[in-house]
Design a protein around this ligand. Structure first.
Ligand code: ATP
Length: 470
């Protein structure tokens, strides 16, 4: 029934349609919406939280469950303020911004330069940045109003302050921060894990958790949030092995996205041209979002910087002694760092499809990988006002719901129910009709092909198990 003809969407149009679907169907809501929303903060709705949980489970499975030498951790969001001094965040974690003198929009300089094909060095001073901006001033215009008149660039720190535990009220001088990245919790627990778990180098610590950044430019929906969730793994390695292990993880992380079901044509590698002084190698995996190829994951060889700095600031020895050779060294770190929201948005971008059907109607369908779909099976009685159909459909729902994420629906007509399930990406819809009462079979409709077939109720579980793992 699906005609070949598919509508190619303009990117902006596609982004707006995804945002609208997310709101309409309960994937993502603007935070505190009844108060007018809260810039760059979003909430996951009923289907969003399912999809996000499925993404996290897939990552945990690939990183912790499948690797004997990787263990999990869940460190607290609040950390000792010295952590952020040691990490360099209190001084170096900043984005340079300029302000349009006409409309007062604040723009990130690294984004402006990137659009001009110039990669800014993170270490650049305000003076150097302003010089670069001056050299390119004819090419830079305000993304909002088109004006070409800007203030000088100024760096803004991204760490989010809190007043936790500071009863003197002097929290401006002595702030506790909401963590800006999850990996610091991993570094400061390196010794604890080493002493308590049976791990030997090379080993990894993996963590999923919230991170907070005072992102100045709130744009691109959930791509850039002020509160978001990172999934990070830090591998502790022998200095001589670090780059080999780094190469292995580069390949493995690429494969993770393919295994997740993301289309390879929408992924690409980007090499960091200007490495920070301690880094040995740094590549990003980028995804083709409706607003262009942007970072989804960073894979970095960080040398011994992190453990050395924490050793220096805490006064604790964070070296490792090889029990066989007796060799003592500060491990080098290979990091893989991705975000739940960016994978979420990549999956929606990959999956969002508008189709013109041969009967002239159109449908919107989220062709999500089945294993990640928020609802796996929807169960309908053909008619709402026939108790015998409703009872039978409810029985099937009760029977399957502990194993598969199911939804029971008897609202509106069957066509409307299919449209709704298509829009939230439900792979299968099961309908109980009058034949079911005679022969214990149901129709099972496939989301992508829209084809229906009859299956014995007894065989439903096996059918779903077989077909939902892709
Ligand atoms: P960008 O250059 O886009 O600001 P970044 O290089 O600062 O990103 P990292 O510090 O390397 O990002 O963070 C690792 C991962 O965490 C990113 O690849 C991304 O998936 C996620 N991430 C970072 N910042 C945000 C954010 N503001 N909102 C959502 N996810 C984020």
């Amino acid at each position: 029934m699906i005609a070949d003809e598919k509508k190619e969407l303009f990117s902006e149009d596609k982004m707006n349609k995804i945002i609208s679907l997310c709101k309409r169907r309960g994937f993502v809501f603007p935070s505190s919406e009844i108060y007018g929303g809260f810039s760059a903060v979003y909430d996951f709705g009923p289907y969003g939280v399912e999809l996000a949980n499925n993404i996290k489970a897939a990552w945990w499975q690939a990183m912790v469950r499948k690797n004997e030498n990787i263990v999990g951790l869940d460190a607290a969001i609040f950390m000792h303020p010295r952590v952020w001094e040691a990490s360099g965040h209190t001084t170096g974690f900043s984005d340079p911004l300029i302000e349009c003198r006409k409309c007062h929009a604040r723009l990130r300089v690294d984004h402006i330069l990137e659009d001009l094909g110039i990669q800014a060095d993170e270490k650049m001073t305000e003076e150097e940045i302003n010089k670069l901006l001056d050299e390119n001033k004819d090419k830079i215009e305000c993304a909002k109003c088109g004006a070409k008149d800007f203030t000088k660039a100024k760096k803004f720190n991204l760490l989010v302050k809190s007043n936790l535990g500071n009863f003197t009220g002097d929290w401006e001088k002595n702030p506790v921060y909401l963590r800006g990245e999850t990996c610091q919790g991993i570094y400061v627990n390196f010794k604890n894990v080493l002493d308590s778990a049976r791990v030997k180098i090379p080993f990894g610590i993996a963590q999923i958790g919230k991170a907070f950044r005072n992102e100045i430019t709130a744009r691109q929906f959930i791509f850039r949030k002020r509160e978001f969730e990172q999934m990070e793994m830090q591998m502790f390695t022998h200095p001589k092995e670090a780059l080999k292990i780094y190469e292995e993880w580069k390949q493995r992380r690429w494969k993770f996205y393919l295994d997740l079901g993301i289309k390879e044509k929408n992924l690409k590698w980007r090499k960091h041209k200007n490495l920070v002084f301690y880094a040995k190698a740094a590549w990003d995996i980028e995804y083709n979002f409706p607003f262009g190829f942007k970072e989804i994951e960073g894979i970095h060889a960080r040398g011994d910087y992190d453990l050395s700095r924490h050793s220096q600031y805490s006064g604790k020895d964070l070296s490792y002694t090889d029990s066989q050779t007796g060799e003592k060294y500060i491990p080098h770190i290979v990091e893989t760092s991705t975000g739940v929201e960016r994978i979420f948005l990549a999956l929606l971008t990959d999956a969002f499809t508008e189709e013109k059907l041969s009967d002239g109607t159109e449908r919107t369908v989220l062709k999500l990988p089945k294993k990640l779909a928020p609802i796996k099976v929807a169960i309908f009685p053909l008619l709402k006002n026939k108790p015998e159909l409703v009872i039978k459909a409810r029985q099937i729902y009760t029977d399957l719901k502990s194993e598969f994420m199911c939804e029971f629906d008897d609202n509106g007509n069957i066509g409307k129910r299919y449209r709704r399930q298509d829009e939230i990406g439900t792979p299968y819809c099961v309908t109980v009709d009058f034949d079911t009462l005679k022969d214990d079979t149901v129709t099972v409709r496939d989301r992508d092909t829209m084809k229906q077939k009859r299956i014995k109720i007894f065989d439903l579980r096996d059918f779903l198990e077989e077909n939902l793992s892709v």
